[in-house]
Design a protein around this ligand. Structure first.
Ligand code: F6P
Length: 326
């Protein structure tokens, strides 16, 4: 076996996502299989700057595949946005003899990763992990499936009470700049309207469409609102439209509940696949890339593309949601 990489560092960055632990486990165990040493870096890029490293073995990642959150902890690190911060991070890696880095995280993770690779010549591979599913280069990111299932369960429960009281329910889901959760949960939960940051929201039009639905015989409605769709979120939507619809209205903000809990089967399998692939690709000499998944199977995308390009939302699903909400 060619032992090109000798020591990998692994970290999680940005918002935690269910399945990150499964990805850490996959990185560690694949590395061991390839005879590569692994160090866990704690608290994301901040820990990399501060030198918070600990060796990880096969037993360090036992019994974590089913756990939400991340055993490595995570952070959103401002210092890593500076060249000095990245230089310090590279120093930590060199001091500890780490010759490659696997970063598991969301959209904000990849700019830092690309710059670390460019400026410091560090071999980096990314693994997409965010409930938002807004990362360019992969059809799906680790955590999305679990988050939409949690949110959908809540929508189903709220529909029961909405129907019983003939009320309008506004359900706010996560997604400051991404409507992917709202779109999937809205379609799967049969929402009367779905509001997302990618599509300008006309609250008059939303109110009119709810009134029209009442005229067609609907006695209750559910509107799914991504947190970043409207300034002030779902509460602001309630204030703007409830009276005009003549509904008694209630708002439920799901918040961080969507980020916790045991990962779904899909997320565990995805995380295992991507963690494994990340190490295999590094070992084969491929770096400066993120591993992802699309119709072709497992793919790699340059880190530069990941942070400079924008993932399109599923416009066909937007149209389907509209047609089905009669
Ligand atoms: O990026 C994941 C996410 O959960 C977003 O959906 C949300 O807008 C944001 O993180 C919340 O961030 P924080 O946990 O820092 O409040």
């Amino acid at each position: 076996m060619v032992r090109r990489v000798k020591h990998i560092g692994v970290l999680t960055s940005g918002g935690d996502a269910p399945g990150m632990n499964a990805a850490i486990r996959a990185v560690v165990r694949t590395a061991i299989h390839e005879d590569i040493e692994v160090s866990g870096i704690y608290r994301g890029y901040q820990g990399l700057i501060d030198g918070e490293l600990r060796p990880l073995g096969a037993r360090s990642v036992a019994n974590i595949i089913q756990r939400g959150g991340t055993i490595l902890r995570t952070a959103r690190c401002q210092a890593f946005f500076t060249a000095e911060g990245r230089a310090r991070a590279a120093e930590t890696l060199r001091e500890n003899g780490v010759d490659a880095l696997a970063v598991i995280g969301g959209d904000g993770t990849y700019r830092g990763a690309a710059l670390l690779a460019q400026e410091q010549g560090i071999e980096v591979v990314g693994i997409p992990g965010t409930i938002d599913n807004d990362i360019y280069g992969t059809d799906v990111s680790i955590g999305f499936n679990t988050a939409i299932n949690i949110a959908l369960d809540a929508v189903d429960r709220l529909r029961d009470t909405a129907a019983s009281h003939e009320r309008l329910f506004l359900v706010e889901v996560m997604g400051r700049s991404s409507g992917a959760i709202a779109l999937y949960v809205g379609v799967a939960g049969g929402a009367e309207a779905i509001l997302m940051p990618e599509i300008p929201v006309d609250l008059d039009q939303v109110a009119d469409s709810l009134v029209a639905a009442q005229t067609r015989g609907k006695t209750s409605s559910v509107v799914v609102v991504a947190e970043g769709a409207v300034e002030g979120g779902a509460m602001a939507v309630q204030r703007a439209i409830a009276e005009r619809c003549g509904y008694e209205a209630r708002t439920t903000i799901l918040g961080h509940v969507q980020r916790g809990g045991s990962p779904s089967t899909r997320d565990r399998v995805l995380a295992s696949r991507l963690g494994y692939t990340a190490v295999k690709r590094l070992q084969a000499g491929e770096h400066g890339v993120m591993v992802g998944i699309d119709k072709r199977g497992t793919v790699t995308v340059p880190l530069q593309d990941v942070w400079t390009k924008t993932k399109e939302i599923d416009w066909e699903l937007v149209e389907i949601a509209h047609v089905l909400a009669v």
